[in-house]
Design a binder for this molecule. Sequence first.
Ligand code: ASP
Length: 170
Amino acid sequence: MKRIALISTGGTIEKTYDAASGGLANREAVLDVMLANLDLRGVRVSRIALMNKDSLDMTPDDHALIAATVHHALRDHDGVVVVHGTDRLTVSGEAVLARLLHEEALTKPVIFTGSMRPYELRDTDAPQNLTEALLAVQILAPGVYVAMQNQVLAFPGVTKDRAQGMFVRA
Ligand code: ASP
């Protein structure tokens, strides 16, 4: 059994419709619903619901907390998946890489993922991206990556191409 830590931080993937405001908001833990629908034989997933924020609202402390939580989770797991908003995903990715390199703890794979459209929407890319991340964490070499939209990119040097709505290498 591979032990995978799944850290959720929010982002579009976790946005749900808020009837009071008439908009999408980060309020509920939708990852548990997604996980319940996946066939994850051979892995044991530990859920760490760290925060539920649009990543545009994250502070430097939030990025540091994500890095510290990944570092801690790697001690008793075979890999870590971080679900994150795509706008500041690369900030957290670089923070995790810097921390793990500094602590000489880059011994396992860490995979960031998210989605361009909320899980709640019919044309969501969320299940595809989460599935890709959960597979990537089992087979990739130690490193920090983003896996979604049928591609895997290794940090450092990943950026979000807003025009194309995807991650690219700088
Ligand atoms: N603004 C959102 C965020 O970064 C966009 C996304 O999740 O893709 O949380």
